[in-house]
Design a protein around this ligand. Structure first.
Ligand code: 3PG
Length: 214
């Protein structure tokens, strides 16, 4: 059985997924509103801070149309916590059978991380079709992704590169046919969120969206 798959157009019409580290639950809803105003009604809240799960719950309660995902999921318990908090999707930097089984059991659309073709093949065998290519920049960027995509073209594998992506490189990644989205923390940085710079986040989101539209 395929792991619950994601409706990509609903996930992010712009194909951009801001990767968020949040340390103040009070910032969660204003952050989501700022991203929405900039044209990106989606975010991956990483479970790297103790405030992440409550932030997901608050966004879920206040903005039901916002697609809030949970990122940096490292084990099955975190997958279940993310699903219980109401996350629309889950992301992990890596791929293990336990993570995939937990996502399937929780009916959580899930994007595990891969850095090799072997991991992609293992994911396909386990019923996963969407993968986070991470850390994209360190792995050789668009050139490596294209080299992966060529032999995998006859499979259903699709990729979301993250790690080191900037405004200058995002269009090159999105031009690869197997890329369904691009993720990154530059759209809403930890410092911007901590400083309450929501206008700046809206501006960065709008700037990224306009780059994609070019
Ligand atoms: C992630 O978890 O996807 C990365 O930390 C995001 O990478 P970036 O900070 O280089 O955008």
């Amino acid at each position: 059985m395929i792991v619950s798959s994601i409706d990509l157009t609903r996930l992010s019409p712009s194909r951009l997924i801001p990767v968020i580290e949040i340390s103040d639950v009070a910032a969660a809803v204003p952050l989501a509103e700022a991203l929405t105003e900039g044209g990106i009604p989606v975010a991956e809240i990483t479970l790297r801070t103790p405030q992440a799960v409550e932030s997901i719950e608050r966004i879920r309660a206040a903005l039901p149309d916002f697609r809030v995902g949970a990122g940096s999921l490292l084990n099955a318990a975190q997958v279940r916590r993310a699903a219980d908090a109401g996350a629309s999707f889950g992301v992990s930097p890596g791929l293990t059978p336990q993570l995939i089984e937990a996502a399937r059991a929780s009916d959580l659309p899930f994007i595990p991380g891969i850095a090799t073709i072997g991991e992609v093949l293992q994911g396909l065998e386990l019923g996963v079709e969407r993968f986070k290519f991470f850390p994209a920049g360190n792995l050789g960027g668009v050139a490596t992704l294209k080299a992966f995509a060529a032999p995998l073209a006859q499979t259903s594998a699709a990729f979301m590169p993250t790690g080191g992506i900037t405004l200058d490189t995002l269009a090159d990644y999105l031009a690869v046919p197997q890329v369904f989205a691009v993720g990154g923390s530059w759209i809403a940085t930890r410092d911007q969120i901590a400083a309450g710079d929501f206008a700046g986040i809206t501006e960065r989101a709008a700037q990224a969206v306009s780059h994609v539209a070019r």
